[in-house]
Design a protein around this ligand. Structure first.
Ligand SMILES: [Zn+2]
Length: 128
């Protein structure tokens, strides 16, 4: 088991906390999900950062599993009226999808930086 300070060197912890993937100090986001143009501490250009639909996909998969599993268990065990399902699962959908969205986006951007992942480009053979 590693402690919190040793995990701070990993891009995973920096991404989940919404910090710069290079220095771990500057903030990555300026709004809920908007990425800043550059790090305020080390000046890393965030132009490379493009998580695309990745955070939404993981949030939907995670949230869908939690809510559907809970709804199925509730229906099988208690068989409540439909308004109880609506009152329970609509707020839970918002919590379990919007809650992890920002940490997931930070994590994906940190991993993108760590693995130097970028959009594919055609290489010019005469220049290499
Ligand atoms: Zn930085």
């Amino acid at each position: 088991m590693t402690d919190q300070t040793s995990q701070d060197h990993l891009p995973i912890g920096r991404g989940i906390r919404g910090r710069c993937p290079r220095c771990g100090e500057g903030r990555l986001f300026k709004g809920f999900l908007s990425v800043r143009t550059a790090c305020e501490r080390c000046g890393l250009d965030y132009g490379f950062a493009d998580a695309g639909d990745g955070p939404a996909v993981f949030a939907i998969l995670f949230g869908g599993f939690v809510v559907v599993f809970a709804a199925l268990i509730t229906e099988v065990v208690y068989q409540p009226p439909y308004w109880v399902h609506a009152a329970l699962w609509l707020p839970l959908v918002l919590i379990v999808t919007l809650g992890p969205l920002r940490p997931i986006k930070g994590l994906l951007i940190a991993l993108q930086y760590h693995h130097k992942a970028a959009e594919g480009r055609l290489a010019n053979r005469s220049e290499t």
